[in-house]
Design a protein around this ligand. Structure first.
Ligand code: HT7
Ligand code: ZN
Length: 884
C-alpha cells in the first residue's frame, strides 16, 4: 500500500454538477443506477485528462456517455477505479452497478444492520456504492430514489426534502429525495427499514418551522426524548452563540445498531450508533446521557462546520472535526458545568491524546500523509484539533473569535475549504498574526514547558521563566522543531488568596475587573516574565483552564499543591493540583513497591481528602472528580517506562488506605447522598450520583461485610442505571465477595437486561474491566457468550477494546497471552471490518514504553499480524508504522 501526500494535492479534473441515483434494494443484489452531469473543471486546466472514477467492490452492469452505451473496449475497470480515456468537456455519465449489502461487514458504503439498510460514506465509502469522484472537493446536488418492498421497508430516507413517493412499476414502493445544497459524496445517506419515529418542531430565529424526527426500532421509541431535547437545545445554542440557523425543512436522526463510530453528520439525515442516541434512566448511565447530548450536538453543529463549509481534502479533516469538537465542548459546558466539562476533556486529552502524540502513530493535527484515511480519525485530529481552536479563542477573545467565525462561514459557504482559510478569517477579524501559531497544525508531539521562578522581596518583583521544547516524533526530530505560540493562562496565589497581577512593561487593563488572571504568550524557546508589586512570595498557578495542550513542569512542593487545591480561583487548577499531589503520593508507593520498602501514604493527601469530604459548600461533582485518583492509564502515560504491576498495586494500596482512614467521612457522605429523589439529569442530580458512587467505590475497598451489603442493596434497589451499574461494579470488583456472590449479581443483572443491547454492553464492559486475576480467561469466555457478536462494533469495543485498554494488569500478563489473544482477534476482524481491527491495535502500538520482556512479546504479536498475507490497508498502516 502506498502513502498519499498533502503536498501532491491537485484540483479535480472534473466536476459533477448533478447526481441522480436510483436504488433497487435487495439484500445481496442491490441495483444502483446513477446519472451524473459531469464537466471538466476549468480551474484544473487539464483539457485532455481521462475520466477516472473511484469504485470498489462493484459489479459493473452497464455504462453510457450521453446515452451511448460503452463497450468494454471504451473503458478500463480496476479494483479501485474506472477509467474512460476519452470524454467530451461536458457530458452525462450513466452507470448501473450491483452491490451486496448483506455481505458488507466493513460497515462502509451500503450495508445491513439487523433488519434495516443504511449507509456510511465518510471518508471514502461512497465508492462502494457506485462509480464516482469520491473526494470532498467535488460537490454536487443529489436527487435520490429508493425502491423497496413496502411491507419490509416502509420507511425510505435520504438527504434533503421528500419530493415524491408512491407505488413503482415493479409493485414496490419508492421515495424520491432532493437535497438542494451541493455536497460531497461523503455526506450522502440512505436508510430503509421498519422504523418508528418521534417528531417535534423547532422554530428558527428567522421564523421557519423545522420538522425534527428521530427514527428507531419500535422497541426503542421510549428512549428518544433526551436526544430530541438535546437537538433542540443545540439548534437554539448555535443560533445564539454562532448566529447559525438550520437550512432544510426537515432534520432526521436514525439509530442503527451496527456502526463503526459514534455518529455521522450526513446532510439532513444523521445516522447514529444506538449508543449515542438512545437514553432513558432505567437503561442509561449519566455518562451515557451526557454522551448523547454531546454527540447529538456535535453532529448537528457539523451542518455548518463540515457540511455548508466542507474540507478541500482529507488532510484538512481537523478543519471540521477540531472546530466541531470545540463547538460541542462549549455547548456541553454551557448546558452543564464549565469546570466539570473542562476536567473531563483534559483528562481524555492528557491520558489518551498525549499517549498518541508520544507513540509511533503520532501525527500533526494536519497529517502530511496517510495510507488509509480512516486511521486518522484520531484523538489528535479531534481533541488536540479542538484545543488548537480553543487556543485561538483564548488569544483573540470571544468577540473577535465570533467575528472570525462569521467571516469564515460567510466567505466559504458552499465551498470546500482549508485550515489556512480558517486561520486567515481569524487573523482578518482580529488583526492578529497567527503565522507562528499555525505550527500547531504542522508539528506533532506534545510540547514540554518548564517553569522556574525567583522572588525578590525587597523590590516586590517575581520573575517567571518559561522554556519550551518538543520531543522527536515520527515526522521530525526534536532539534528540527520550531517554537510554538503557547498561551499560558496563569495567576499568583498568596496566603490569603489570589494576588493582583501587574506585568512589567504592560499597563494595567482598565477593561477588566479581574486583575488576578493573565494570559502569557510564550513564543520563544525561552522567555522571562517579570511581575511587579508582588507583596509576598507567591505560588504560581500555571496553565489555568489548561490553556494549551502542553506538559507543564514546575517543581511544586506538596504544601503548595494543597494550597492551590483549597484556595485558587480556578476550579480546573484546583482539580489539577489534587491530581498532582495524588501522583506524587502514588509514586512514593510505587517506589517502595519496587524497592521492597515499607509503604507510606503521605498524610497530606489524607488530610486534603478529608477536608474535601467534610466541606459541604463544595460542588459535589468537583468533590467526586477530586476524589478519583489518577487512572492507571494516566499514570502509564506520564511514566518513562510503564511498570504495570507497580502502578496497579500503588493505586489499590492508596485507595484502601484512604478508604480505611476516611471511613467515617465516606460513610456519612454516602448516607447523605443516597436520598430518594425523582430522577433527573440536571447537573446537580448527576453530581450527587457521581459523588455517591465514587464514595461507594472506596467503601467497597474496606474489608467489611456492611459495605458489601451496601453495594448489594444499591444494586437491588436502584431506580436508574448509574446506581445499578455502580452497585454491580462494586460487587464484582470486591475482594470480600465470594465467587458465588459475584456470579449471582452478574447472572441476575443479565437476566433482567438481556433484551436491552446497550445495557448488555455495559455488563460486558464491567466484566472485561475487572482487575482480579483470571481476566483473560473471563474475557475468552465472554467472547463465547450469546451476547457477543464479533460483527457488531459495539460488542467488540465492549469486550475486546475494554479489556485491552481498561484492564492493564490482565492484558499485560507477563506471559504475553493477552497480546496473543488480541492478535488473534485482530486477524479475524481484519477480514470482517478493517476499521475496527485497526483501532483495536492501539494498545500494542505502545510497546516501546514497556520493559524488555513485554516489548519482545508485544512485537511478536505485531509481527504475527504483519505476516498475514491479506492484510487490509488499515491494519497494515498501523502495524508497519508501529514496528518502524
Ligand atoms: N464525521 C464522522 C466521521 C465518521 C466516520 C469516519 C470513518 C469511519 C466511520 C465513520 N463514522 C463517522 C463522525 C463525526 O466526527 O462527527
Ligand atoms: Zn465530527
Amino acid at each position: 500500500p502506498k502513502s498519499i501526500y498533502l503536498k501532491d494535492y491537485k484540483r479535480p479534473d472534473f466536476l459533477i454538477e448533478k447526481t441522480e441515483l436510483h436504488f433497487t434494494l435487495d439484500p445481496s443484489e442491490t441495483l444502483v443506477q446513477s446519472r451524473l452531469e459531469i464537466r471538466r473543471n476549468p480551474e484544473a486546466n487539464t483539457p485532455a485528462a481521462s475520466l477516472v472514477l473511484h469504485g470498489q467492490e462493484l459489479e459493473l452492469i452497464s455504462l453510457s456517455i450521453d446515452g451511448h452505451a460503452l463497450s468494454s473496449a471504451g473503458y478500463d475497470v480496476g479494483p479501485e477505479a474506472l477509467t474512460i480515456s476519452t470524454v467530451p468537456d461536458e457530458f452525462v455519465f450513466e452507470a448501473v452497478v450491483k452491490i451486496n449489502p448483506e455481505g458488507n461487514t466493513s460497515l462502509e458504503g451500503l450495508y445491513k444492520s439487523r433488519t434495516m439498510y443504511c449507509t456510511q460514506c465518510e471518508a471514502e465509502g461512497f465508492r462502494k456504492i457506485t462509480y464516482y469522484l469520491d473526494r470532498p472537493d467535488v460537490m454536487s446536488e443529489f436527487l435520490t430514489t429508493i425502491e423497496a418492498s413496502e411491507s419490509d421497508f416502509p420507511v425510505l430516507l435520504s438527504n434533503g426534502n421528500l419530493i415524491a413517493s408512491g407505488e413503482a412499476d415493479s409493485g414496490k414502493h419508492f421515495a424520491t429525495w432532493h437535497d438542494p445544497f451541493k455536497k460531497p459524496a461523503y455526506l450522502f445517506a440512505l436508510v430503509a427499514g421498519t422504523l418508528d419515529y418521534v417528531e417535534d418542531t423547532f422554530t428558527t430565529q428567522s421564523g421557519r418551522d423545522i420538522t425534527l424526527r428521530i427514527f428507531v426500532e419500535s422497541k426503542d421509541i421510549d428512549k428518544c426524548d433526551h436526544a430530541m431535547r438535546s437537538l433542540k437545545n443545540a439548534m437554539r445554542w448555535d443560533e445564539e452563540v454562532y448566529g447559525l440557523e438550520y437550512d432544510l425543512d426537515i432534520f432526521m436522526i436514525v439509530a442503527v445498531d451496527d456502526f463503526n463510530m459514534g455518529a455521522m453528520e450526513n446532510k439532513g439525515l444523521n445516522i447514529f450508533n444506538t449508543s449515542c442516541v438512545l437514553a432513558k434512566p432505567e437503561t442509561t448511565t449519566d455518562a451515557g446521557f451526557q454522551r448523547v447530548e454531546s454527540v447529538v450536538a456535535h453532529e448537528y453543529f457539523h451542518n455548518w462546520s463540515g457540511n455548508r463549509v466542507t474540507c478541500r481534502d482529507w488532510f484538512q479533516l481537523s478543519l471540521k472535526e477540531g472546530f466541531t469538537v470545540f463547538r460541542d465542548s462549549q455547548f456541553s459546558a454551557d448546558m452543564n458545568s464549565q469546570t466539570v466539562k473542562r476536567v473531563e476533556d483534559v483528562s481524555v486529552l492528557r491520558t489518551l491524546q498525549f499517549a498518541e502524540d508520544g507513540g509511533p502513530m503520532a501525527h500533526p493535527v494536519r497529517p502530511p500523509s496517510f495510507i488509509e484515511i480512516s486511521n486518522f480519525y484520531t484523538l489528535t485530529v479531534y481533541e488536540k484539533g479542538s484545543e488548537v481552536v480553543g487556543m485561538i479563542h483564548t488569544l483573540l477573545g470571544a468577540e473577535n473569535f465570533r467575528t472570525g467565525s462569521d467571516l469564515y462561514f460567510s466567505r466559504h459557504d458552499g465551498e470546500a475549504a482549508t485550515i489556512e482559510d480558517f486561520v486567515a478569517a481569524m487573523e482578518e477579524a482580529s488583526g492578529r498574526d497567527l503565522a507562528q501559531f499555525t505550527r500547531w497544525y504542522s508539528q506533532a508531539g506534545t510540547p514540554r514547558v518548564v517553569a522556574s521562578d525567583t522572588y525578590n522581596e525587597d523590590s516586590g518583583t517575581y520573575t517567571l521563566t518559561l522554556a519550551q521544547s518538543c520531543p522527536t516524533t515520527p515526522e521530525a526530530k526534536a532539534e528540527e522543531k520550531l517554537p510554538f505560540h503557547i498561551p499560558i493562562a496563569m495567576g499568583l496565589l498568596g496566603d490569603a488568596g489570589n494576588l493582583p497581577i501587574q506585568l512589567q512593561g504592560q499597563p494595567a487593563d482598565p477593561d477588566t475587573d479581574d486583575n488576578t488572571n493573565i494570559v502569557l504568550e510564550l513564543t520563544e524557546p525561552e522567555q522571562t516574565f517579570v511581575f511587579e508589586g508582588v507583596t509576598e512570595k507567591p505560588t504560581p498557578v500555571l496553565l489555568r483552564g489548561f490553556s494549551a495542550p502542553v506538559k507543564l513542569h514546575y517543581d511544586y512542593s506538596r504544601e503548595q499543591l494543597t494550597a492551590i487545591m483549597s484556595r485558587d480561583s480556578d476550579g480546573f487548577s484546583r482539580w489539577d493540583a489534587c491530581q498532582k499531589l495524588a501522583v506524587a503520593v502514588l509514586e512514593d508507593v510505587m517506589q517502595a513497591y519496587r524497592g521492597d520498602q515499607a509503604y507510606r501514604v503521605d498524610p497530606l493527601l489524607v488530610a486534603a481528602y478529608r477536608a474535601i469530604l467534610i466541606d459541604t459548600s463544595l460542588d459535589k461533582a468537583m468533590v467526586a472528580l477530586m476524589l478519583q485518583l489518577p487512572t492507571e492509564a494516566y499514570l502509564s502515560e506520564i511514566a518513562t517506562e510503564i511498570d504495570v504491576e507497580a502502578i496497579h498495586f500503588a493505586r489499590q494500596y492508596v485507595r484502601k488506605h484512604l478508604a480505611a482512614a476516611l471511613s467515617a467521612q465516606l460513610e456519612a457522605v454516602y448516607q447523605a447522598s443516597n436520598e430518594v429523589v425523582p430522577f433527573s439529569v440536571s447537573a446537580s442530580a448527576i453530581a450527587s450520583r457521581s459523588l455517591k458512587n465514587t464514595v461507594l467505590s472506596y467503601l467497597i475497598c474496606t474489608d467489611t461485610d456492611e459495605n458489601l451489603q451496601l453495594a448489594q442493596q444499591q444494586l437491588a434497589n436502584a431506580t436508574n442505571m448509574t446506581d445499578e451499574l455502580s452497585g454491580l461494579t462494586a460487587i464484582i470488583n470486591s475482594e470480600l465477595a465470594t465467587d458465588a456472590q459475584r456470579k449471582t449479581a452478574l447472572d441476575e443483572f443479565y437476566q433482567r437486561w438481556s433484551a436491552e443491547a446497550l445495557v448488555v454492553n455495559q455488563w460486558l464492559v464491567a466484566q472485561a474491566n475487572v482487575a482480579r486475576e483470571g481476566g483473560l480467561e473471563r474475557v475468552m469466555d465472554l467472547i463465547q457468550h450469546e451476547a457477543f457478536d464479533i460483527k457488531n462494533p459495539n460488542k467488540v469495543r465492549s469486550v475486546i477494546g475494554a479489556f485491552c485498554s481498561g484492564n492493564p494488569v490482565n492484558f499485560h500478563r507477563q506471559d504475553g497471552a493477552g497480546y496473543e489473544f488480541l492478535a488473534d482477534q485482530i486477524l479475524v476482524l481484519n477480514k470482517l471490518n478493517p476499521q475496527i481491527a485497526s483501532r483495536l491495535l492501539t494498545p500494542l502500538t505502545k510497546w516501546r514504553k514497556y520493559d524488555k520482556g513485554r516489548q519482545t512479546l508485544m512485537c511478536n504479536a505485531l509481527q504475527r499480524v504483519l505476516a498475514e498475507p491479506a492484510l487490509s490497508k488499515d491494519v497494515y498502516e498501523v502495524v508497519s508504522k508501529s514496528l518502524k
